[in-house]
Design a protein around this ligand. Structure first.
Ligand code: 2AM
Ligand code: CA
Ligand code: CA
Length: 262
């Protein structure tokens, strides 16, 4: 049974999802000019964040806030904070590709205790709460059982637009790609982690990410029996900007391959 907080998070994600689906249809139907598309999408994600904030702050007015579009706001309760990316996978959205999501996490005393990643185009609601398991709609999730790298498929993100993380990413890929069944770049960090939780991807790594990209996904993977760590040993996967996640059987090989000294 989802908790009261989880019901609030799911309701907020659905509400934002409904608005985003309408906007996405306009993009798909080419009613948005290529020139105006960037502005259209930034309006869509600002509106989605507004809806989410209204819902979450309405239900839990004392909690703090971190949202991609509106930044941070301290709450009366310094121990609890919502972490929200209203639209993760913006580039897919803009190009009419149905692979994007709403991501909402709840942090308590510095730890992510609940997360929702909602893919409205496929009506897949991924949700997890610490100690209560990970779910997709009403189906329990479990990470994959593959323990051989050569059978495993990994998701990642390619650093964009002149990012300083590109050389390290190329090194990672040179190590991982030759020993695995495949590497995918689908453009939504939140869904990459949800798919690891669902056993679709066997693992995921990325550099140059923000807390709101991965906060909800981290609890999904852990509650589905997977491992999540900072790419640099000992660092936070949510705060450090570099993350790895996978099932238990692959963890040693995957993490050691990515962390190997040059
Ligand atoms: P976004 O769609 O919310 O921007 C994919 O690798 C991840 O990187 C996604 O979580 C995506 O989030 C983020 N991303 C993609 N392009 C980006 C850009 N130009 N600037 C910042 N983040 C980006
Ligand atoms: Ca994002
Ligand atoms: Ca976003």
């Amino acid at each position: 049974m989802p908790s009261a907080n989880m019901n609030v998070m799911i309701k907020a994600a659905r509400k934002a999802g409904r608005g985003l689906v309408k906007d996405f249809r306009e993009v798909e139907n080419l009613q948005v000019s290529v020139k105006g598309a960037g502005d259209f999408v930034s309006r869509a994600d600002r509106e989605a964040e507004r809806l989410i904030k209204e819902e979450l702050r309405g239900a839990r007015p004392t909690y703090g806030w971190l949202g991609e579009e509106t930044g941070t706001e301290a709450g009366e309760d310094p121990t609890r904070r919502w972490i929200v990316d209203p639209l993760d996978g913006t580039t897919n959205f803009l190009h009419g590709m149905p692979h994007w999501a709403v991501s909402i996490a709840l942090e308590h005393k510095g730890e992510i205790v609940a997360g929702v990643v909602f893919d409205p185009a496929k009506d897949e609601m991924f949700w997890a709460e610490k100690g209560a398991g990970a779910w997709m709609n009403d189906q329990r999730l479990r990470v994959s059982g593959r323990s051989r790298m050569i059978e495993a498929v990994f998701a990642t993100g390619v650093p964009f637009g002149g990012s300083r993380h590109l050389p390290a990413f190329l090194k990672d890929t040179a190590r991982i790609a030759p020993i695995t069944a495949g590497v995918r770049r689908w453009g939504s960090a939140a869904l990459d982690l949800a798919y690891v939780a669902a056993g679709r991807f066997d693992g995921y790594w990325e550099r140059g990410i923000q807390p709101y990209d991965v906060a909800a996904g981290v609890v999904l993977v852990r509650e589905a029996g997977g491992f999540v760590e900072g790419l640099r040993k000992g660092e936070s996967p949510v705060e450090s900007g570099a993350i790895l996640a996978c099932n238990a059987g692959l963890f040693t090989t995957f993490s050691e391959t990515l962390r190997a000294a040059d």
